[in-house]
Ligand binder design. Structure first.
Ligand code: AMP
Ligand code: MG
Length: 356
């Protein structure tokens, strides 16, 4: 795998052209976006799309997001663009918002996992945007991690997972947002939120009016229900350790920190390695275990930015158990809690009524 360093504020087109050529030739190139690192291939090339699935070890019914560099590149990929779709594009493209449309014949089944809809996003990241423009084709790009691992927010994460499996990595340094794009299905009468992200529910409603939430956003999908975003049925973002979330009930006698400290002590006594995910405000409340702060609780952007990197650090430290504090479910907090809950396999302890 060839690694090329690119400066975001001084993009060298010569370097990017080499990456663009690889894409045109059916190769795989990992590149930074404002959300997480993506693993890109020509979205209109069946064979190239297939290579993405094998490099990631991704189930072939889990469709890919198609990335474009200009709004006008959307039209050939879709059958129609609803009013809500138009409004959301106008308000939030380029940016961390993926929209689902009925697909045109141009988009192969390999890219959409056999669905008759296609997911499209226009990234704001200057490297991603210029790469797509130079390639001259839409780029299918899921997160550049091995399927099931936390999404990569640093070039080093991509190296860990993809070295030897892809042709090139564009190293643009740390990504901005750190959680994957918001996904909204605008192929039906009312927009449906399929995955929360940095374009928050509050922001969607301000522009599109009514927005529904798919039930898979809140919790696990039972076996007999087919989730709208097929990706939601897989255990995502999973660290190697068992992650357990501790939700604080303000009326309970013990605080979240009390419960985490007690459980940590128990596990340490049994000889396990224990990690704790907390915030700057609470860092000093944890005397034992491997304690990592996601940043200031009041700065949701920082929490989102650091989340996946911290989960990977605990993998490197070979933690057996990780206990994490929880966050309010509003604004960016909805995306943070969605990723944490999935990583924990929805294992949550509520202070005051705990049974493990
Ligand atoms: P990733 O790019 O790895 O963050 O994953 C892309 C997500 O988009 C997965 O959860 C997919 O299931 C979802 N997705 C992609 N295309 C579609 C589609 N046509 N309909 C619904 N969900 C989709
Ligand atoms: Mg992913």
């Amino acid at each position: 795998m060839k690694v090329i360093k690119i400066e975001k504020d001084q993009i060298d087109d010569k370097l990017l052209s080499e990456a663009a050529r690889l894409i045109q030739e059916g190769g795989l190139v990992a590149f930074p976006t404002e959300t997480v690192y993506g693993l890109g291939a020509n979205a209109l090339d069946r064979q190239a799309a297939k290579k993405i699935y094998s490099a990631k070890g991704r189930p072939s019914d889990n469709p890919l997001i198609v990335h474009i560099s200009r709004p006008k590149e959307l039209e050939p990929l879709v059958k129609e663009i609803s009013q809500a779709g138009k409004k959301l594009i106008e308000a939030y493209w380029p940016g961390p918002l993926t929209l689902i449309f009925p697909k045109s014949h141009l988009v192969p089944d390999e890219t959409t996992g056999g669905l008759d809809t296609v997911a499209v996003r226009m990234p704001a990241d200057p490297i991603a945007n210029r790469l797509i423009e130079l390639a001259g084709v839409p780029i299918a790009a899921p997160s550049a991690n091995t399927s099931g691992r936390p999404s990569p927010t640093l070039a080093e994460h991509v190296m860990q997972d993809m070295d030897g499996r892809i042709d090139m990595l564009l190293d643009g340094g740390p990504v901005g947002i750190g959680v994957e794009s918001t996904i909204v299905d605008v192929s039906g009468p009312t927009p449906v939120l399929l995955r929360p992200g940095a374009v928050t529910m509050e922001m969607l409603k301000a522009v599109a009016g009514a927005v529904e939430t798919d039930q898979a956003v809140a919790g696990p999908v039972s076996g007999d229900i087919k989730p709208k975003a097929p990706g939601m049925k897989y255990r995502h973002y999973a660290p190697k350790a068992q992650l357990i979330l501790v939700e604080e009930d303000p009326k309970a006698k013990e605080s979240a920190a009390d419960v985490i400290n007690r459980l940590t002590r128990e596990k340490l006594k049994q000889g396990y390695k224990v990690g704790i995910i907390c915030t700057e405000e609470t860092f000093s409340a944890y005397p034992e275990g491997m304690v990592k702060s996601l940043g200031l609780r009041s700065r949701e952007e920082t929490i989102a930015h650091n989340l996946f990197a911290v989960l990977r650090e605990f993998d490197d430290l070979q933690a057996d158990y990780i206990y994490s504090e929880c966050f309010p479910q509003t604004h960016l907090g909805q995306a943070i809690m969605n990723r944490l809950s999935k990583a924990a396999g929805y294992h949550v302890i509520h202070t005051g009524k705990e049974e493990e």
